[in-house]
Design a protein around this ligand. Structure first.
Ligand code: FAD
Length: 491
């Protein structure tokens, strides 16, 4: 190319950048109250943190980052945007453990939730052991990590009953999705164990909500992908904490036997539930781990209970591995892996994850169409593939979270890690998986969903779409909150 052509090309690039910057006005935050202005930073470190996430694949640059010192700061910021003639977007950022920019806000303001830590209620976690209401609970700041909730509640001999596999996630972040793991089949997702919340809506109103009070907002926010308000407090159900865990891993060489056994193990309900497992997860290829909690009272019966549960199962005899660990070590099992990866510089690599819910009636087709055809043949799986079932009756359909319309459904999580230059190949594979499911009529729902078009979001929400839209119009009419989900801010 000639120097003149190069000059014009550069000029064109410069002009197009200028136009795109001009087209997206930055928030005029200089009009904010001075107290809040001091808490808004746009230094390179703040911008870098807020424009990245665990996925390490996408970046969106915010105009600034709010480090709130109180809930009031968040309220003022949202009110200011809402009442502005040119409202700007606002995203709460918990740990930024999303993988596709869900906690980012291009040209908007990212609220760094961890800076609220230790600012409220002492440690931001208050445990109520007064049984006058008939149940135990903890009031927990939305910014708090589940690991801290665990430690604080254990001091009272109590603990939440529903967990994620990994505990360094914020309460607000997981309640915006669902919060699932091997306990969900028995105890429900984390969103089903919330009694009450304080939420700051997209209008800037501070609202206390529960199934009795402001219930529309309560159900909207749980699984609501951050669209209706910022959770600043959640009242989480607690129960007496078990002390120890029998943790057993078994191997399978037949997918149908593997899923049949999983379904059998999660179906033990009703009177027998007391003896049932507390946790069940499966991994491709094909090992299954289960756990049963116990304490001094059940010490003598736990092995017998497990033996009874395993009777008639089809795992490969002689290939079971069991451990006896403390309750905390069991719940915090992913942490040692994280620290190891961190020490090797492998924690901050790209993570093109894909999480799906698959109806039970189609898990065998999923095995033929996806696992056999794509994953095994292409051999580019790098990371864990989780496969385990849960019961629909443990979910509350009034909440925003979306699950398949079948009594039992599986979660299939492709938890890939990759090099910085080859995550696209895994992402193409993810798209192929979705396309193959579509072609084969397998009605999957994405967990931690990510879509590009409004049509896809409509499809995802199905019957819930109208309600979701109405709730958005009521609680965040100017479409300020969590733009990184790209539901209503899809540009
Ligand atoms: P962010 O990524 O910071 O935010 C997620 C979304 O929630 C954004 O849209 C954000 O704007 C919004 N948000 C954040 N805080 C609030 C708030 N207080 N109020 C309202 N909206 C808010 N998920 C599971 O269910 N089970 C697992 O076992 C599990 N394991 C994981 C393990 C690892 C290593 C990682 C990286 C993720 C895992 N996840 C799991 C996914 C995780 O639950 C979600 O990514 C969750 O959103 C992360 O929480 P976060 O605090 O980092 O939220």
């Amino acid at each position: 190319t000639s120097p003149i052509a190069t000059y014009f090309m550069l000029l064109l690039v410069f002009l197009s950048r200028l136009v795109s910057t001009l087209g997206k006005p930055k928030p005029r935050t200089q009009l904010l109250p001075p107290k809040l202005q001091n808490r808004l930073l746009a230094d390179p470190d703040s911008i870098e943190l807020a424009s990245s996430d665990y996925g390490n694949m996408f970046r969106e640059i915010p105009a600034s980052v709010l480090y709130p010192s109180s809930i009031n700061d968040i309220e003022s910021l949202i009110k200011f945007s809402h009442n502005n003639s040119a409202p700007f977007t606002i995203a709460a950022r918990g740990q930024g453990h999303s993988v596709r920019g869900q906690a980012m806000a291009r040209n908007g303001v990212v609220v760094n939730m961890p800076s609220l830590k230790n600012q409220r209620n002492g440690f931001g976690i208050t445990v109520s052991t007064n049984l006058s209401m008939g149940f135990f609970y903890a009031d927990v700041g939305g910014e708090q990590l589940w690991i801290d909730v665990l430690h604080a509640t254990l001091e009272h001999g109590l603990a939440p009953v529903s967990w994620t596999d990994y505990l360094y996630l914020t309460v607000g972040g997981t309640l915006s999705n669902a919060g699932i793991s091997g306990q969900t089949f028995r105890y429900g997702p984390q969103i089903s164990k919330v009694y009450e919340m304080d939420v700051i809506t997209g209008i800037g109103d501070f609202v206390t909500c529960s199934p009795e009070k402001n219930k529309k907002l309560f159900y909207a926010v749980l699984g609501g992908l951050g669209q209706f308000g910022i959770i600043v407090r959640a009242r989480i159900a607690l129960e007496p904490a078990p002390k120890r865990v029998k943790w057993v891993r078994m191997l399978y060489n037949d997918f149908d036997a593997f899923t049949r056994d999983q379904e059998r193990l999660i179906s033990i309900n009703g009177r027998k539930q007391k003896n049932s497992l507390d946790y069940l997860e499966g991994l491709l290829l094909m090992n299954q781990e289960v756990a049963k909690f116990y304490d001094d009272q059940t010490l003598n019966s736990v092995d017998k209970d497990l033996q009874d549960l395993f009777e008639g199962l089809s795992f490969i005899p002689g290939f079971t591995f069991d451990k006896d660990v403390s309750y905390v070590d069991f719940l915090n099992r992913v942490r040692s892996g994280e620290l190891k990866l961190q020490s090797q510089g492998l924690w901050d690599v790209p993570h093109p994850w894909l999480n799906l819910f698959v109806p039970k009636s189609q898990i065998s087709d999923f095995n033929s169409v996806v696992f056999k055809e794509i994953v095994l043949k292409r051999n580019i799986t790098s990371g864990l593939v989780l496969v385990y079932p849960m019961n629909r009756n443990k979910w509350d359909d009034r909440m925003s979270a979306v699950i398949p319309d079948e009594d039992v459904f599986y979660t299939v999580g492709f938890l890939h890690s990759s090099g910085f230059n080859d995550w696209q190949a895994l992402d193409v594979q993810n798209k192929d998986i979705l396309q193959l499911c579509y072609n084969a009529g397998i009605e999957v729902k994405q967990y931690l969903p990510n879509y590009k078009t409004m049509e896809e979001w409509k499809n995802h929400f199905g019957m819930k779409w109208r309600t979701f839209q109405e709730r958005k119009a009521q609680f965040d009419p100017k479409m300020i909150l969590s733009p990184g989900q790209r539901i209503f801010n899809n540009n």
